[in-house]
Structure formats: structure tokens, C-alpha cells
Write a protein that binds this ligand. Structure first.
Ligand SMILES: *Cc1c(COP(=O)(O)O)cnc(C)c1O
Length: 221
């Protein structure tokens, strides 16, 4: 049996250590436990260990898990995967935050479907221009999307998100670029860093890290 409590404690300790090295307050960094493809029992185990923020990639899986966990007060869902407009309703209904905003149509559909507090949105940037990843490439594209999406009722643009290339050197460079871009756009939140590189991301100013395997173990196929 996987020990979720021990894994969470280890990740939280690494976050604290990375913050100490960077001279940052750990309270500035939110750990999103990425539970995609993992069973609801593991979400419940993490919740019992005090974890409140959970990330899901797939809109229907998010809808189903949110329904299965509706009895857990204070649990926040983060939709972290690319989204098609026809599935935006699932995200708008249950998510606290959406991390992969890459075009205005998705922002508009989320806003149209949202009831209550605005959904917090991160514009996804793909500065390395990797064709396998979504996101806007250039700073002017990010600016245009941030400006337009900021005028949409029902959503609130809070920051930038990125998925860097896997090689360490390139990731550091991407994190630094995205951090500078957020500053230039006047955005305070930075969603970056996974199991591979969350400590590096914290060194470069991440305020949200999205960690799956280090918390829940390898994903079932
Ligand atoms: C799966 C995923 C993560 C978590 O990745 P791990 O390697 O399991 O930590 C983070 N962000 C996004 C966008 C993902 O799709």
C-alpha cells in the first residue's frame, strides 16, 4: 500500500527546504496534488493528511471525482489540462482554478458557464515552442490573451502556467522566462513545477506547484 501521508510530508518538507534556499516564505507556495488517473480513495487519503488542493487533467474525470468527493469541505479542484469549449461546463461547475487557458473562446465559455465566484485562470505559455504542448508562445500573445480574458465576466486571470521541457537546463531557462513574463504582465501567480522539477520552479518564483507522482506514485495505465 502506498503511504500517501509519508509522501505528502516528504514533498512538503522539500517545498519548505526549497523556499528556505530561495529566501521565500513557504506560505507563498500552494501544493496542488495531481490525482489524474488515480482512484478516489487516494484523494481521500491525501485529504485526511491535510491536503486540500487537487489537480485533474480531464474534464469528465474531474466532474466524476468532484461528485465522489462532494462531502469533503474545503477541497479545491484545479483543472490543469487543455480544455475544449464543449467540456468547459464541467470545469466551470466545480473547479476553483483553471491552469491551461490558451485561447479566448475557452475563457468566454468558462465565464458563461460560471455561477458564483469567478474561476481563477492561469494563461498557459509555451515559450520553448514545443509542438506537443499547448499554450501561447510569445509575450505579446500572452499579453493579448491576458487583456482580453481579463474583461470576461466569471473568470479572473491570476497568473501564468507552464510545462517546461524535461531537461534540467532548459527547464530553468523556461521558468526564468515565464517568471519575467508574468512580472511584465503584472501577474502575481506562477503555476510551474511537477515531480520532475518543483524545487527548481520554486527557486524561480513558482507560487503553485503541480505534483502528481511524488504524492500518489506512478499513474495506473
Ligand atoms: C500530470 C501533470 C502534472 C503532474 O506531473 P507529475 O510528473 O505526476 O508530478 C502537472 N501538470 C500537468 C499539466 C500535468 O498534466
Amino acid at each position: 500500500m502506498i503511504d500517501i501521508a509519508a509522501n505528502l510530508a516528504a514533498v512538503r518538507a522539500q517545498i519548505h527546504a526549497a523556499c528556505a534556499r530561495a529566501g521565500r516564505d513557504p506560505a507563498e507556495v500552494t501544493l496542488v496534488a495531481v490525482s489524474k488517473l488515480q482512484p478516489v480513495e487516494l484523494v481521500r487519503a491525501a485529504y485526511a493528511s491535510g491536503q486540500r488542493d487537487f489537480g485533474e487533467n480531464y474534464a469528465q474525470e474531474l466532474r466524476d471525482k468532484a461528485r465522489a468527493c462532494a462531502d469533503l469541505p474545503g477541497l479545491r479542484w484545479h483543472a490543469i489540462g487543455p480544455l475544449q469549449t464543449n467540456k468547459a461546463k464541467y470545469v466551470a461547475a466545480v473547479a476553483d482554478s483553471f491552469h491551461a487557458l490558451d485561447r479566448l473562446e475557452v475563457a468566454e465559455e468558462l465565464g458563461r458557464r460560471r455561477v458564483g465566484t469567478p474561476i481563477r485562470c492561469f494563461v498557459e505559455v509555451n515559450v520553448a515552442g514545443e509542438s506537443t504542448k499547448s499554450g501561447v508562445r510569445a509575450e505579446e500573445d500572452a499579453r493579448r490573451l491576458v487583456d482580453a480574458a481579463s474583461r470576461v465576466a466569471g473568470i479572473e486571470v491570476v497568473g501564468l502556467m507552464t510545462m517546461p521541457p524535461l531537461e534540467g537546463e532548459a527547464a530553468a531557462d523556461v521558468f526564468a522566462q515565464v517568471g519575467a513574463m508574468a512580472k511584465g504582465l503584472g501577474l502575481t501567480e506562477l503555476s510551474m513545477g511537477t515531480t520532475e522539477d518543483y524545487e527548481l520552479a520554486i527557486a524561480h518564483g513558482a507560487t503553485v506547484v503541480r505534483v502528481g507522482r511524488a504524492v500518489f506514485g506512478a499513474r495506473p495505465r
